[in-house]
Write a protein that binds this ligand. Structure first.
Ligand code: ZN
Length: 255
């Protein structure tokens, strides 16, 4: 049944968002592209790293197909540099790239294995990804890379804990990790939880601004105004369901 047919969907959209869990020490964010975490989520990340929690970023691609006027061989390394700088602004020092091909990331066992390996390497309690659903809400179609990576992350949270799925990982020294307690999906059209965006919002603006080449190719607006308007607007839109507090929203899947 789709949301269009589901009479409970409207009620769910109006329900108050609950605060995200706080009783964890390490999070792993796995997304498709450079900038996926900077369009909102990084305000929450800044707050978490301020509180002494560790957050690691894993990117499935280098975003090398993201700029029309720039060939992938030039664009990939440039976007990798911008992503590392962007992560550093919100207290994330470790950024990995899995090397999948931008724009044509395929959902399947290869992707699940790569994500499960990352989860086993880093052993997080919280795993974060970006919207895996078909749309961003309404009729705004999502991109296939986000759907593929988001679904693979939700699946790999379980794969990482099972010794007999991808046994080659244990042979490489990556022992099973069954400690993932939640997968939190940022940007979901069906959010259930939220984090106060205010303490991290200014750094989120600066972290998005680090993707300067991409943003300048994307919009004719002044880059800082573009970043600030976008992030302030996004956080403000969630306030109505979070006690009036501008927020970063997540759809939370407990395990
Ligand atoms: Zn993306």
């Amino acid at each position: 049944m789709s949301d269009q047919d589901n009479p409970s969907a409207d009620r769910r959209e109006a329900a108050p968002l609950r605060p995200m869990p706080e009783d964890w020490r390490k999070a792993l964010a796995v997304v498709a592209h450079p900038d996926d975490l900077e369009y909102g989520c990084s305000a929450a990340v800044a707050g978490w790293t301020d509180a002494g929690r560790e957050v690691v970023y894993v990117l499935a691609t280098r975003g090398e197909a993201g700029i029309d006027g720039l060939a992938p061989a030039v664009c990939g390394p440039l976007r990798e540099r911008e992503q590392r700088a962007s992560a550093a602004v919100v207290g994330v020092g470790e950024v990995e790239f899995l090397g999948h091909e931008d724009g044509v990331v395929a959902y399947g066992t290869g992707l699940r294995r790569d994500v499960a390996a990352a989860i086993r390497r880093h052993r997080p309690e919280l795993v974060i990804t970006l919207n895996h659903r078909d749309t961003w809400g309404g009729a705004t179609w999502n991109t296939p890379d986000h759907v593929a990576v988001g679904r693979a992350v939700l699946d790999a949270a379980a794969d990482a804990g099972n010794r007999w799925i991808f046994p080659e990982l244990a042979e490489r020294g990556l022992e099973p990790w069954d400690g993932v307690r939640w997968v939190a999906v940022a940007g979901s059209p069906r959010p259930t939880h939220a984090v106060d965006a205010r303490p991290g919002l200014e750094r989120a603006v600066r972290s998005l601004l680090e993707h300067r080449t991409y943003i300048e190719a994307l919009t004719g607006e002044e880059p800082e105004a573009y970043c600030r308007n976008l992030l302030t607007g996004g956080a403000g839109a969630a306030a109505g369901r979070f006690g009036g507090v501008p927020a970063v929203t997540f759809e939370l899947f407990p395990r």
